[in-house]
Design a protein around this ligand. Structure first.
Ligand code: GTP
Ligand code: MG
Length: 441
């Protein structure tokens, strides 16, 4: 991904019919192209209503806003054209803009330019993506906080401390003494320990970040006919999974998302567990177990209207992430299990069940000292390297190792920390990141 200095254009709004669409042009030719099409000079940062003309025909009545560099989204001259939201109009304007010297933008290229021009760091570029893709209030809030610089300011402060530490360490290396005196070492160690705490607390937000982006995995399991699919449908408020009185109806996992208390939750209905020789059912049960293994929380369903199922103890004791749920609470009870009772038919206990799930979810995803930050997998990987390198530096100090060795660990920590912000990040990482964007962003 070499930085290109040409002028790019794209529609920033979704395709299809709408009241308005927004076309962006960024680069050296952006303002001349817009002035040529509108046949009038543009005032910086003031929306101007104009007619766009090209090849003797009128394209549309639009509003054009000019954002001269460097105070624009991309850091380059940027034009925004609000036109009528008809794909034919959008296409004709894009063609006219390209015939005057621009080229179609790649996905994420506007944000990529904002990053390359130093308008935003990489955590903020990623936050743009998070804000666009957020499917729950909590995910949106985390994205907005990252966009407002909460994560980058934390990292910048740590980077500053690390740079100072490294400078002092390098000054020490220049002294004739080979070893670091214990009292100096102690001072260094306490600073490294503060940095370690900071990166560890950011690292602890990774599970939250992962769940906010892909959903908290809630698996419904139990024997055939326990009412798993009926409960899934009741929690979703729609008829998603097939329900029947015939045991073994669900063969494959069925997934759908809901939002609980602002969190995205992925509900996963599974094939009922029982002994069987049917190869398709066995394959389905294998998928049930795989879903249970990767679940954040399991609802172990037991039909309260049936006599005790001998297997019930197995899935109730699957681990700490299991909530036993007695189903069909509207029918007379015939077994000796006690616990949360629901009826997907009458709605009995569903609010209690939702509250219980929310309690687990909050306890699982709480990261103390995180300040509502939720790092992503790329940050997590880098923070692990920061933490490892700092731990090595701290151990080396304790063992009174050569200062050069400690400095080299601190440099590794610095590199990893800076990679989160996008300093020295390799081209393929950047390519992969910006490829996730849509065109026009
Ligand atoms: N009375 C009553 N019947 C229910 C309730 N929930 C489910 N049922 C019935 O129980 C039967 C089985 O329901 P399903 O939701 O298909 O059960 P399942 O656990 O998904 O079953 P499999 O997919 O075969 O593993 C159906 O006839 C449902 O109508 C309930 O709350 N009350
Ligand atoms: Mg089912």
């Amino acid at each position: 991904m070499a930085f290109e200095n040409d002028t790019i254009t794209a529609c920033a709004t979704p395709p299809g019919l709408s009241a308005l669409a927004l076309i962006r042009i960024s680069g050296l030719q952006a303002i001349p192209i817009a002035e040529k099409l509108s046949q009038s000079p543009l005032k910086p940062r003031s929306p101007v209503p104009v007619k766009l003309h090209h090849n003797q025909s009128t394209l549309d009545e639009v509003v054009v806003t000019s954002w001269p560099n460097p105070k624009s989204y991309t850091g380059e001259d940027l034009i925004e054209i609000s036109c009528h939201g008809n794909p034919l109009i959008v296409e004709s304007i894009l063609q006219a803009v390209c015939s005057l010297g621009a080229r179609p933008a790649r996905p994420g290229e506007f944000t990529e330019r904002a990053f390359l021009n130093g308008r935003i760091d990489l955590t903020k570029a990623e936050a743009v993506l998070d804000v666009i893709h957020a499917r729950s209030e909590r995910a949106l809030l985390a994205g907005q906080r990252a966009l407002a610089g909460k994560l980058s300011s934390r990292l910048m402060a740590d980077r500053e401390s690390l740079l100072q530490l490294l400078a002092r360490m390098e000054a020490w290396i220049d002294f004739p003494e080979e070893d670091i005196q214990p009292e100096v070492g102690e001072g260094f160690r306490s600073e490294i320990s503060n940095l370690l705490k900071s990166s560890a607390s950011l690292l602890a937000t990774a599970p939250l970040g992962q769940r906010l982006r892909s959903g908290y995995r809630l698996v419904l399991s139990g024997p055939p006919n326990a009412g798993k699919s009926t409960l899934l449908n009741a929690l979703l408020g729609m008829d998603r999974a097939l329900v029947s009185p015939i045991p073994g109806t669900t063969r494959d996992t069925v997934e759908e998302s809901i939002v609980l208390n602002g969190f995205p939750v992925r509900l996963i209905d599974t094939a009922g567990l029982r002994s069987s020789t049917d190869p398709i059912e066995l394959e389905g049960m294998g998928r049930t177990r795989a879903a249970m293994d990767s679940a954040d929380l399991i609802l172990a369903l037991i039909d309260s209207s049936q006599t005790n199922d001998p297997c019930a103890k197995d899935w109730i004791s699957y681990g700490p992430k299991v909530i036993p749920v007695l189903t069909k609470g509207d029918l007379p009870s015939s077994n000796s299990f006690s616990g949360l009772t629901v009826s997907a038919h009458t709605g009995l206990g569903l609010d209690d069940l939702r509250n219980k799930i929310i309690q687990h979810l909050k306890a699982d995803l709480h990261a103390p000292g995180s300040d509502e930050i939720a790092v992503n997998a790329r940050h997590e990987d880098a923070l692990r390297r920061v933490t490892e390198a700092l731990a090595c530096a701290s151990a080396s100090l304790l063992n009174r190792a050569a200062p050069e060795l400690i400095a080299s660990d601190l440099r590794l920590a610095l590199q990893a920390l800076e990679s989160i912000l996008g300093v020295g990040t390799s081209e393929d990482v950047l390519d992969r990141l910006f490829a996730q964007f849509c065109i026009g962003k």
